[in-house]
Design a protein around this ligand. Structure first.
Ligand code: AKG
Length: 318
């Protein structure tokens, strides 16, 4: 079992780009209280809760937080229906472009930045018995299996509500970015719960790393590099956790299609690829090993190709 130390808090250095860059370089992350105005975050939270109510994911109970009333988790169809709406919310889109985040990223990168369109919302239901939230354990976002193809990007993970230890926020392994790209072993991360085998967790062995975390208030942020190992923590509370993560890179650097595509659309393509990778037809026609299949999946994600023919071609080449 991992134990957690508190984050190093860099809030007092806000506005001092050189100092923040130095801490990011040293620790691989920055923890910043109220990086975004809590009022602005509250508006986004309310907009998201309205959508969750409209889709009957939460009850219309007048509570300030999205309470979990038990029962099954949303199906994939239900999830995609509200995910599609949330990522198009004007308040959510603008949140990724908050002046506080953009100015910070510009200071760190030393110039203009582009905000990825793949803005991720985390709607994390209580799932106390899961081995890791959404089957995703400790990982680096720059891991080749995610197919982003950008060598240098930073993430901003933002709390949209009060998040305590029970609700479970984000933990970071300080200094882990200095170890370069780590081999995440095993299969590729699947794109939907349906495809995650029970108790299967994608990622690094969390017990071999040391961890820092905190409780969070709306607007508190963790900035981390694409090589910093991090992981979401399990939700053992009575409510849904709402947080988001946005990604940023130098304006002049190129990035893959994934960076310029809305989260639900990326998920749809990844699901089509996962169906092909898991298909009997691919196995029977190529006899590809699990290792080859993982590489085929990565290449298809990179190319945005989702046909059985292309998978067969790649499997035979590898
Ligand atoms: O919020 C979470 O649970 C996970 C976040 C994460 O892994 C990420 O930002 O890449």
């Amino acid at each position: 079992m991992s134990s957690y130390q508190p984050f190093r808090d860099s809030t007092r250095h806000l506005g001092d780009a050189a100092r923040l860059s130095a801490v990011l370089h040293e620790e691989g992350y920055l923890f910043l209280r109220r990086l975004v105005d809590p009022e602005r975050v509250l508006t986004v939270k309310q907009d998201i809760m309205r959508i969750l109510r409209e889709h009957q994911i939460i009850e219309d109970d007048g509570a300030a937080d999205p309470m979990w009333s038990g029962g099954p988790h949303p199906t994939e169809t239900e999830y995609m229906a509200f995910y599609d709406k949330i990522v198009r919310l004007d308040s959510f889109v603008k949140l990724a472009e908050s002046p506080g985040i953009v100015a910070l990223m510009e200071g760190i990168f030393g110039g203009a930045v582009q905000v990825w369109e793949q803005r991720l919302i985390r709607v994390m239901y209580p799932d106390p018995d899961a081995p890791a939230p959404i089957g995703l354990g400790a990982h680096q976002d720059g891991n080749i299996k995610f197919g982003y193809q950008s060598q240098s990007f930073n993430a901003c993970w933002l709390a949209l509500m009060d998040i305590d230890e029970k609700i479970g926020g984000l933990a970071v392994a300080p200094g882990s970015h200095l170890r370069g790209e780590l081999d995440h072993g095993g299969g590729s991360v699947a794109s939907s719960a349906k495809l995650v085998k029970k108790n299967e967790v994608f990622g690094l062995d969390a017990d071999t790393l040391s961890w820092v975390t905190s409780d969070f208030q709306p607007g508190d942020a963790v900035i981390f590099t694409c090589l910093t190992v991090h992981r979401g923590l399990l939700n053992r509370s009575d409510r849904i956790r709402l947080s988001c993560d946005f990604r940023y890179q130098r304006a002049e650097d190129s990035a893959s299609w994934l960076a310029h595509t809305l989260g639900p659309d990326v998920r749809r393509v990844a699901q089509q690829i996962d169906e092909i990778i898991a298909s009997r037809a691919l196995y029977v026609t190529t006899g590809a090993s699990a290792e080859t299949l993982a590489e085929v999946r990565r290449r298809m994600l990179e190319e945005k190709s989702a046909s059985l023919e292309r998978a067969q071609e790649l499997a035979m080449q590898l």
